[in-house]
Design a protein around this ligand. Sequence first.
Ligand SMILES: [Zn+2]
Ligand SMILES: [Zn+2]
Length: 160
Amino acid sequence: MESLGTTPGVLEASARATAEVSVSKIAGACLCGAVKYSSPDEPAMQAVCHCKDCQRQAGTAFSVVVAVPALSLKIEGEENLSTYQGTGSSGKSVQRRFCRSCGSPILSVVEMIPELLFIKSGTLDDPSWLRPTMNIWCDSAQPWYEFPKGAQTFPQNPPG
Ligand SMILES: [Zn+2]
Ligand SMILES: [Zn+2]
């Protein structure tokens, strides 16, 4: 008896369904193109961070970060990244890595969560799939910012 899985029509349908579900694509670059990155993995988390450090580093109201498994991220031109090491609220280090020729912030390495890297989503080639519903460090959100309906908000880091 032929199994459903070998029927061409079913395979095509399932390939289409997979393509529709798996729309996120982690690939990006800095403004000058000296640093490029990619990961085949799905993002572990998408969040809007309103912390003061992100505001200062990004030079704007917040940063939108996409967390990816650290081991899966490939960086091209890593020698062009500079690192500013600060301290998070935990007292542990946060390394903010940016392109040394154009200054684009690319990613953060958070000592508290070493298994993930936090990419600045503005550097994604195609950010159309982003749906960052989680807002963190809302205590320091700029006063004019209105949280979208249904947004998840945390005064500081999410618990746990
Ligand atoms: Zn650059
Ligand atoms: Zn932040």
